[in-house]
Design a protein around this ligand. Structure first.
Ligand code: PMT
Length: 235
C-alpha cells in the first residue's frame, strides 16, 4: 500500500460519460464506464484525500468500488450541464481537480417533449440539430483558486504513439491544464475494460509519468504526478 501522501487534500474527480437527451426515452452518450475515474477516486481516498466523485451515469457494479470507502462522497449527475454546475460548485473547495469524465461536446438543440415517433416524419429520417456544450475544464481553469492543480484526460483514436502525443500536446495547450493524462481509445481500447495505458503530460508537454496496468495502477501513477505538482505549486 502507498503512504497517506494525499492527507489534507480535497480532490474533485469526475468519472463516467455525460448523456444528452433527445426525447424522454433517448439520449446521445458515449462508452465511458467510469472505471478509470472511480479508480482515481478510490486511490486518492486510500492515500488520505477527501474526495468528491461526480459520477456521470456509472453502473452500480462499477460504483461498488467506492460505495463504502471512507473519504469518498459520490454525487450522481446526468447531463453535461449538470456535471458543469456540480463541478464548478465542488471545485471551489478542492486543492486538485481530476476530470476523467467523458463529456459530450454537443447536446441536442431542441429536446422533444414527447417520444419522437416514426409517423411524425413519414418517409424521411429525422435530423438532429446539435449545439456546442461549454468546455467544463476550460471554465475550471479560468476560475481556478490559487495553488489548485487541474488535471484533464485526453481520449484519442490514433494510429501511432507519436500521433497520440501530438494530439495530447495540442489539447494541453487548448485546455491550459497543469497535467493531461493521454490515453488511446477505440473499439477495444481505453473504455470499459479493466486496464489502461496512460502518459501524463506536464504543462510543458513533457511526459511526466507513463503507466500501464490496471486502472487502479494507472490511477496511483497519475496521483504521484498530482502530488508532485501540488507540492511544486505550494512549496
Ligand atoms: O470510463 P472508462 O470506461 O474507464 O474509460 C476511461 C476513459 C477513456 C473515459 C478516460 O480514461 C478518459 O480518457 N476520459 C476523458 C474522456 C474525454 O472526454 O476526453 P476528451 O479528449 O474528449 O476531453 C478532454 C478533457 O476535457 C477531459 O478531461 C474532459 O473531461 C474535458 N471536457 C471535454 C469536453 C467538454 N465539453 N468539457 C470538458 O471538460
Amino acid at each position: 500500500p502507498r503512504p497517506a501522501d494525499l492527507t489534507g487534500l480535497r480532490v474533485l474527480v469526475t468519472a463516467g460519460g455525460t448523456r444528452e437527451p433527445i426525447d424522454p426515452v433517448r439520449y446521445l452518450g458515449n462508452r465511458s464506464s467510469g472505471r478509470q475515474g472511480v479508480a482515481v477516486a478510490a486511490a486518492a481516498a486510500d492515500r488520505g484525500a477527501k474526495v468528491v466523485l461526480l459520477a456521470a451515469n456509472i453502473d452500480d457494479s462499477v460504483l461498488a468500488e467506492v460505495q463504502d470507502r471512507p473519504g469518498v462522497r459520490t454525487v450522481p449527475v446526468g447531463t453535461t450541464a449538470e456535471l458543469e454546475s456540480a463541478a464548478r460548485a465542488a471545485a471551489s473547495g478542492a486543492e486538485a481537480v481530476i476530470m476523467a469524465a467523458a463529456v459530450a461536446d454537443y447536446r441536442v438543440a431542441d429536446v422533444a417533449e414527447h417520444k419522437l415517433r416514426k409517423e411524425d416524419s413519414p418517409g424521411a429520417a429525422p435530423t438532429l440539430e446539435l449545439v456546442e456544450n461549454p468546455d467544463i475544464l476550460v471554465g475550471l481553469v479560468r476560475e481556478r483558486r490559487p495553488g489548485q492543480v487541474i488535471v484533464g484526460f485526453a481520449a484519442e483514436t490514433v494510429e501511432s504513439d507519436e500521433e497520440l502525443l501530438e494530439r495530447g500536446r495540442r489539447k494541453l495547450a487548448r485546455k491550459g491544464v497543469d497535467l493531461l493524462a493521454v490515453n488511446a481509445v477505440g473499439w477495444n481500447e481505453g473504455f470499459e475494460r479493466g486496464e489502461n495505458i496512460v502518459q501524463v503530460l506536464d504543462a510543458d508537454g513533457r511526459v511526466a509519468v507513463a503507466a500501464e496496468g490496471t486502472k487502479r495502477e494507472v490511477a496511483d501513477a497519475l496521483l504521484d504526478a498530482v502530488r508532485d505538482e501540488f507540492r511544486a505549486l505550494n512549496h
